[in-house]
Each structure stands twice: as structure tokens, then as C-alpha cells.
Design a protein around this ligand. Structure first.
Ligand code: GCW
Length: 676
């Protein structure tokens, strides 16, 4: 039987984000033929039927009216399956017909959303056959959502968008409206190219551990809601589950009983969720249990779960975020940046084929500016995924505008072996791109309406890691704001670009300088506190004194971290003379008078960027205010309100940082501006 699956209804008051009804007008006012069968084809049918009902078009399913003429054909055909893969599609337009051909159902779904993105352009002129295929097979969002409200971290760890879409006060959200919203979320994500979600926090607390066993039904309900949009569900599990849930005396990965336990439990997971994606594991990290307890390696740990998942074609995502979070700040020989490489690079080649090592893009922890993690270039015989953070823990917590597309793109395009070698995007083909999600039950999904751009870009950059992030931003602007339907499309487009394009660099200017990182308030990580983590056990220091600042990570005189890179980077980062300015203090401890490659001294750079950063926020706030007549009023007001907070906070950052370094160094601002 083939029947359309109706488009989920957006609960009232919830923002349609990048899928407003109007985006479906070009498609919905045409005649469409859908050919093929399967549940996702029914989803595609539902999408076109919904659009056609609204805009007066027509949709027919194959065989209903042979010989009629169509404007759009969406077809499943297996002729080109090698070329198209499961998720790719071909697009061609000839003789007045736009044709999307896919070999797999997901491909057809992505083809449909591509037509939506193209808008009227999909139905004009001729178009030579284009092949669209994702570069990365796994494009995933990790939710750091707790089931029960955590006493410190709340419902969503590092969440700035209200509550969880999946969980509330200890239970799964299960009302019709709540599940409808989960479907809407899946739909938005599919339209951006996402195909997997991990539904719970990698810090697996007591209640959450049970999702694996007696509460798997709750996960299955989420999986059911996401499946029509081609999204597979993954679960974060505790390495200690055999002890905590199974009552075994050990979780040792080499213990037979432990292996049997995982095999059996995993079998039951697949009974509940036949297309379950697999496990995500944070082990031996920030208090989570792991194989070190039993004297086993992380490959042995990961392979335990990989073995349990293999018969079902599941994957274990094993996180490389392993470091000593109880280090002594007095001990200058320990360098947190080294930790992932030191732990994992020696294990290259030891992981099972269905184990993916998930590596944060930088060696520290999602700071505003970090070099690319050296792990990514050092494990050619391991399936790697790169992890980025859409939730803006260290980039303004969705109270500040910080468009992260350029930052992620720089990381994905970085070439660990130099210009001749593969990019990060190439190196993670086996594992994919994973982003910590920024979405919650907030009416705008992401708290700040402009933070939706980041969520959208995750899927688009995972689809094509070498894409220009500006193209993703343009798509998001066109879909979300429909400039053509406003009184002044050009002013709206240029205004949005003005406030978003450079916002990451603006944020960088008024926060921690030159790649040194942190300087945030401990715990919640919002707002400045220069020494907040300086004498803490977390390994995140800047070492500022009266003479200079920065972390010496050179091989010659420092922690040796620079030597974890291959050439040319090991050499580039080794010397302050060749190290890029923006990373200088990540790699070197220099005097305040050190002259940057820009020609400015470090101390003057700190003053200048902090004054400039605030001026740029003032300007962005002014530009945004000037768009009031072109943006939906509630959305405009929400962002306008957040600009007030961003400006207050940027000024606070400026004054903390400038005053701190003036007091430390005694060097006055060459331009005589007010430093308190
Ligand atoms: O950045 C740190 C966060 C933690 C997080 C951890 C991780 C989920 O502050 O909240 O824990 O990273 O990535 O595991």
C-alpha cells in the first residue's frame, strides 16, 4: 500500500525555521509525479501533497494516470545505484520537466528538499544533469539531553534553548503534540541533510543508564517519530552498564560474561528499534567509567561494544575526549591539549571496523579558536568522526550572535599534511561529522533565532565539507526569511549578512585573545573571568604574569604538543615567527611587547581587538534594529532583546580583559582610550 504520510503539524507558537510553508509554493503549485514505493517515498508524497493542497498543485503516484504531463518527477530508479548510492540523487531539467532520480529512498527525500531550496529556479530553463551525493555517510547530532533534571546541568547539559525536545522531568515526552514536535524536528534536520541523532547526554547518569534496558521503549518511540525523515536513532550508554544495570561484578571488556551481557542487551535493543544506529560512549572522561578501571585500552573498550553491535550492523561512536580533569595547576609538564593524541594515536589500527573514534575538532574543548586536533591526521587506519559544537557553550550561549559556519569550515578544510594532503573532511569520510545539538523546546528551537543558521549549517557542511559556508548561510536566509516576499529583499539580505558573516570574529575579538582560550566564568562558562580557571584542576591555563602570556607548547622549550602535528604544521606552530597570529598564545608564551605578524604588539592587539569587538556589536545591533520592517515582528524582537545582552556582555568582556592586562603589564593603550 502506498499512502502519503502527512506532514507533521507545527505546534502553535513554534517557529517554522527554514521550512516555512511559503518555501513550498513553487513545488506546491505544480503537477508532480512520484514514482517508487517505500515508507520514505510516502513521506515525500506527504510533503508534496501538503504543499499541493496549500498552493493548488497536484500530485500523483506512479500508475495513477499514465501519460499525463508533469512539471516535476520524483522517482526511485535503481539503474544508477552505484553512482547515486543510498542517499544521493540526480537532478535534471529538460522539456519543461524537472526530474529527481534516486536509487535509495533517503536520496529521494534529499532530492525533494533540494527542489524546495531551489524554489522557482527548480522550474526554469533547462538544467544539465547534476549529481548530488553526501561526502560523509554519517551526519549526526548529539543531544546532551538528560532524562531527569540534573542538579547542576539541568535538563540539557550546555543547553541554551529551553528544555529537551525528548525528555522532561524524568520521563520521555509522549503527548501527541510533543511527538509531533519531534517529527517536525526530524523534518527540519532532514531538510538540512542530517541522518542520525543521539538522543541522550554522553554523561550518562542514573536514570539515563536505564534507556539501554528497561526504558528502551521510550527510545523506540523517539525512533518511530524520526524514522519517516530518514533519521536513525543512537543512544549514549554507560561503560559500566553491566555492573549498574546487569548486576555483574565487573565491566571488564575482556570478561566473557560482560561480552555476553552486551550481546544480549544489544539484541533486545534491535528488537525494539530494528534500524537502531548504535552507541555513543564517553569513557574515562570527566568522571565517566571506562576501560582504564580494568587496565584495558580504549580500543579494547570500544571493540567490546562494536562486537555486540556488529551482528546488527550498528556502530559504536567512541569519544576521544579523554584527559586528566584533576591535574595539578602547579605541574607545568602536563598539557591537556596533548591528551587525546597521547591516548589514541598509538591505538591506530586497533579499532574494530564498526567502531568510530569521535574526535573534537580542536585539542582542547570547543574554544572560539583552536588549531585542528592533531589526532585527525594521525590515525589513517581508524574510522574517524569529527565533533563540533552547535550549542554555543563557549561562543555566547545563544545570547550572542556567533555564526560558526566559517569556523567549522576552516576546520573541515584544514589539511593536516599540508596543501598536498587530504583535508579533515576527507579524513572523516569513514566516520562522519557529529555536532552537539543546539536545539531544545524553545519556540525558535535554538534560543536565539539567528542561531538557527548554525544548526542548519551542520547538515549542509556534513553533506559537503568543502562547501563555502556562505552558500549554506544564503540558503538558510532565503528559506527562513523569504526576502523576495518582503518590501526590500536587497536590504534584508545585506543586513543579515552584515550581522552574521563576521560575527564569529567579532566574538573572538572581545573574548579571550589570540587563541589562549577560556577566561570564562567557571561552571556555566558564560561571561569573563580571566583567572576563573587559572588555579583549577581542569588544565586550561593562560599563564599571564607581569611580563607575558600564553602556553608554551613548542617542542624546544614547552610541552611538545606542536610535535604531535606532521610537517609542515609541526614547524609552522613551533616558532612564534611562523605561528599564525590567531593561535599564537595557544602555542607560545610571549612578552606583551612581542610583535605579531600583523605588526602590532600583543598588548596593543588585545586593547584594539577588545575596543573593536564592542564597536562591531554596537554596529550589528544598529543594523538589526534597521531590519524591523522586514522581519517577522516576534522573531525580530527576540533577537533585538538578545542584542542588548550581547552588548552588555561584550562591554563586560572588554573591560575585564583590558583592565586585567593593563594592570598586569603596566603598558598603556597607545591610543589613550579608557581602561578602568
Ligand atoms: O566542554 C565540556 C563540557 C561538558 C561536556 C564535555 C564533553 C557533556 O563543559 O559539559 O560534557 O565537554 O564533551 O563531554
Amino acid at each position: 500500500m502506498t499512502a502519503p504520510i502527512p506532514v507533521p503539524a507545527l505546534p502553535s507558537g513554534v517557529d517554522p525555521a527554514w521550512l516555512p510553508p511559503a518555501a513550498f509554493r513553487p513545488l506546491g503549485s505544480r503537477r508532480t509525479l512520484i514514482s517508487g514505493t517505500g515508507p520514505l517515498v510516502d513521506t515525500v508524497h506527504g510533503e508534496v501533497a501538503g504543499a499541493s493542497d496549500r498552493f493548488g498543485g497536484q500530485v500523483l503516484r506512479d500508475g495513477q494516470e499514465p501519460g499525463a504531463s508533469y512539471d516535476l518527477v520524483l522517482e526511485l530508479g535503481d539503474d544508477d545505484s552505484d553512482e547515486l548510492g543510498d542517499e544521493g540523487f540526480a537532478l535534471v531539467r529538460a522539456d519543461g520537466v524537472t526530474r529527481v532520480t534516486a536509487a535509495g529512498q533517503r536520496g529521494l527525500l534529499y532530492g525533494l528538499f533540494h527542489v524546495v531550496r531551489l524554489g522557482e529556479a527548480a522550474f526554469q530553463g533547462e538544467r544539465a544533469r547534476e549529481l548530488h551525493r553526501p561526502a560523509l555517510a554519517l551526519r549526526m547530532l548529539d543531544h546532551w539531553d538528560n532524562v531527569a533534571v540534573h542538579p547542576v546541568m539541568g535538563q540539557v547539559e550546555r543547553g541554551y534553548s529551553g528544555g529537551s525536545l525528548f525528555w522532561q522531568d524524568g520521563r520521555a515526552r509522549g503527548s501527541r503534540e510533543e511527538l509531533e514536535r519531534v517529527r517536525c524536528y526530524g523534518r527540519l534536520l532532514a531538510a538540512s541533510g542530517i541522518n542520525a541523532i543521539a538522543v541522550n547526554n554522553v554523561n550518562v547518569h542514573g536514570a539515563e543508564a536505564h534507556l539501554l534496558t528497561d526504558r528502551i521503549g521510550e527510545v523506540a518511540a523517539i525512533a518511530d517519530a524520526l524514522r519517516p525523515y530518514g533519521i536513525r536513532t543512537h543512544l549514549s550508554v554507560s561503560f559500566a552498564a553491566p555492573v549498574v544495570l546487569g548486576g555483574l561484578p565487573t565491566a571488564d571488556p575482556l570478561d566473557e560474561a560482560v561480552r555476553d551481557w552486551w550481546a544480549e542487551v544489544t539484541g533486545r535493543v534491535y528488537e525494539a528499534i530494528p534500524d537502531f544506529g548504535g552507541y555513543v560512549v564517553k569513557a574515562d572522561s570527566e568522571g565517566q567509567p571506562g576501560p582504564f578501571t580494568y587496565g584495558r585500552s580504549h580500543a579494547e573498550g570500544a571493540n567490546l561494544l562494536a562486537a555486540a553491535l556488529a551482528p546488527h550492523s550498528g556502530t559504536v561512536h567512541w569519544r576521544a575526549f579523554v584527559y586528566n580533569h584533576r591535574q595539578d595547576w602547579r605541574d607545568r609538564s602536563t598539557d591537556r591539549a596533548r591528551a587525546a593524541y597521547d591516548h589514541f594515536a598509538p591505538l591506530d589500527g586497533a579499532f574494530a571496523p564498526n567502531a568510530v573514534l569521535q574526535v573534537k575538532h580542536g585539542p582542547m574543548d570547543f574554544q572560539t579558536r583552536e588549531p585542528v586536533s592533531p589526532v585527525i591526521g594521525a590515525m589513517p587506519d581508524t574510522r574517524l568522526a569529527v565533533e563540533i559544537q552547535a550549542t554555543q557553550e563557549y561562543t555566547g550561549q545563544q545570547r550572542h550572535v556567533c555564526w560558526l559556519g566559517p569556523m567549522w569550515s576552516e576546520a573541515l578544510r584544514f589539511r593536516p599534511e599540508g596543501q598536498e594532503g587530504p583535508s579533515v573532511g576527507d579524513l572523516v569520510r569513514g566516520g562522519g561529522l557529529v555536532a552537539v545539538s543546539s536545539a531544545g523546546d524553545d519556540p525558535y528551537w535554538t534560543g536565539h533565532p539567528l542561531a538557527q543558521a548554525n544548526l542548519y549549517a551542520v547538515g549542509r557542511l556534513a553533506w559537503r565539507p568543502d562547501a563555502d559556508p556562505r552558500a549554506a548561510l544564503d540558503e538558510w536566509i532565503e528559506l527562513t526569511f523569504a526576502p523576495e516576499e518582503t518590501a526590500d529583499p536587497a536590504r534584508l539580505r545585506s543586513g543579515l549578512h552584515a550581522v552574521l558573516d563576521g560575527s564569529w570574529r567579532t566574538y573572538e575579538k572581545y573574548t579571550a585573545p589570540l587563541g589562549v582560550g577560556f577566561m570564562v566564568q567557571p561552571g556555566h562558562h558564560y561571561g569573563p573571568s580571566v583567572d576563573g580557571y587559572e588555579y583549577s584542576p581542569w588544565g586550561t591555563y593562560h599563564f599571564a604574569d607581569r611580563d607575558g602570556i600564553g602556553v608554551d607548547r613548542s617542542q624546544a622549550t614547552g610541552t611538545g604538543f606542536a610535535g604531535q602535528y606532521a610537517k609542515p604544521w609541526a614547524e609552522v606552530y613551533e616558532s612564534p615567527a611562523t605561528c599564525p597570529d590567531e593561535l599564537l598564545l595557544f602555542f607560545h608564551h610571549v612578552p606583551y611587547g612581542h610583535v605579531l605578524r600583523s605588526g602590532e604588539t600583543v598588548i596593543q592587539h588585545i586593547y584594539d581587538t577588545h575596543f573593536d569587538g564592542v564597536a562591531e556589536v554596537e554596529e550589528a545591533r544598529r543594523v538589526w534594529a534597521g531590519l524591523a520592517d522586514l522581519v517577522e515582528p516576534a522573531r525580530h524582537a527576540r533577537a533585538a532583546e538578545r542584542y542588548e545582552e550581547q552588548l552588555r556582555s561584550a562591554r563586560e568582556w572588554r573591560d575585564h580583559i583590558n583592565t586585567y592586562f593593563f594592570r598586569k603589564s603596566g603598558v598603556p593603550d597607545a591610543r589613550g582610550r579608557l581602561i578602568h
